[in-house]
Design a protein around this ligand. Structure first.
Ligand code: PLP
Length: 428
């Protein structure tokens, strides 16, 4: 082993030893000046699996060949297309197949799930969430409480970091749930925070929420395909996630929905219904009177957007082959290596610029992403990185988010990132 970790040799040794190394070649890596970019935004839009094209072409061809008959005659009949995805998606989130359905988009699904699981009544009408939730989630929560006639200022309880801190402690979330107790109708949290990269203790939060008599749901946009999830065992009531971040399934791609088995057979649950959620045995009788499918499928509104689902299936097949355990094992090594490199460079250039990694240090409290607070010339540093072919993400006022994705990022990417960072610091 090479002693100096911040060296090309060391990075290449790590890549040699990586048993997922061959997966990089299964993705299209965006190019910059004839070379691979350092693509660290798999937390925003995952890269395209090369196989996606064939999966989509299959459906284009079947559409050309069969027209409407493709619903039944296509190689993967479209009327049941979502069924090809459920089991593979369920493994990623730790669910039973019947608890998961792939459909619609993320924010739509959050709303549909809240229609069923945010049921304010009497004293119990509040939603507890984390401060600085992803804006779409904030708007969704706000509009849900208004829809039921409440004032968001009163009905939304946000748990914030303690003063001077960037992270919200799991303990503070649980204490706040207990404090508000019988006022909380719903606990709705982003399992991994998009800004800080913090992974919350979903199991304990769920337990505490249930003890207080609340429903508990999670937005898993930054968690699915990134961290270990056990939604079924944790007794989570519902969850939703998008497929285009760590799950590499095309921009604006289809979303996943989880509804716990505990709720699978409750036709009396209020919901917004559509024909695709109707009992499939009698769906095409086109009769009045909605009869929901058992399980998560009963929350579907519309027939499957097959082209988007084909892209998702291409990616799910890769996840299925690799499995979350191997993926997580590599993810931890990659992110730890990235952290070491950033810290070494930070120490070396401390006279010019200070980096503060606000993401938790423990692997059990984070996923792939590191969020670096840059004290000093943040945006110009970020722009200098972009000019060198590093694709990262800038969040106002001064955070650079970087997320090496274990399926296609290499240790060499991280070494190259470090080199670009040093260059940028020297020129800044
Ligand atoms: C990415 C993301 C979204 C995006 O929602 P869409 O409906 O897919 O546009 C919502 N919530 C969170 C937490 C996200 O990270």
């Amino acid at each position: 082993m090479v002693a100096n970790k911040n060296s090309l040799e060391f990075a290449r040794e790590m890549d040699q030893a990586d048993n997922l190394k061959e997966y990089r070649s299964k993705f299209h890596i965006p190019q910059f000046n004839g070379k691979d970019t350092v693509y660290f935004t798999g937390n925003s839009l995952g890269l395209q699996p090369k196989s996606a094209k064939a999966y989509i072409e299959q459906e284009l061809n079947d559409w050309a060949k069969f027209g409407v008959e493709g619903h039944f005659e296509a190689k993967k009949p479209w009327f049941a297309y979502h069924e090809f995805l459920s089991e593979k998606a369920a493994k990623i989130v730790g669910a039973k197949t019947s608890e998961v359905v792939i459909t619609h988009s993320l924010t739509t699904n959050l709303h549909l799930l809240m229609v069923s699981f945010y049921r304010p009544a009497g004293k119990r009408y509040k939603i507890l969430c984390e401060k600085k939730a992803f804006p779409s989630d904030q708007y969704a929560l706000e509009s849900q409480v208004k829809f039921h006639g409440y004032d968001p200022k009163d009905a939304i309880v946000e748990v914030a970091p303690r003063s001077g801190d960037h992270l919200i402690t799991d303990q503070d979330i649980m204490d706040t749930i207990r404090k508000h107790g019988d006022e909380i109708a719903l606990v709705m949290i982003g399992g991994v925070n998009y800004y800080t990269g913090q992974l919350f203790d979903m199991e304990s939060i769920t337990k505490t929420g249930h003890e207080a008599g609340a429903m508990v749901g999670f937005d898993l946009a930054h968690a699915a395909g990134n961290v270990k999830l056990n939604l079924h065992d944790w007794q989570v009531d519902f969850a939703a996630w998008c497929s285009y971040k760590y799950l590499n399934s095309s921009p604006g791609g289809v979303s996943g929905m989880f509804v716990h088995q505990n709720h699978e057979n409750k036709p009396e649950l209020p919901r917004f219904a559509g024909w695709w959620g109707h009992d499939k045995e009698v769906r095409f009788l086109m009769e009045p009177g909605f009869k929901p499918m058992k399980g998560a499928e009963g929350w579907q509104l519309s027939n499957a957007p097959v082209l988007g689902m084909a892209a998702h299936l291409a990616s799910l097949d890769i996840f299925d082959e690799v499995g979350m355990d191997r993926l997580i094992e590599k993810r931890i090594k990659l992110t730890n290596y990235l952290e070491e490199i950033v810290q070494e460079i930070s120490a070396k250039y401390s006279a010019i610029c200070q980096f503060e990694i606000i993401t938790p240090k423990e692997a059990t409290r984070r996923g792939a992403q590191l969020s670096i607070l840059v004290h000093g010339k943040g945006k110009s540093l970020f722009d200098a990185l972009t000019k060198q072919g590093v694709i990262a993400d800038w969040r106002e006022p001064n955070v650079i988010r970087i997320a090496p994705a274990p399926l296609y990022n290499s240790f060499e990417d991280i070494y190259n990132f470090g080199q670009s960072l040093e260059q940028a610091l020297q020129n800044n």
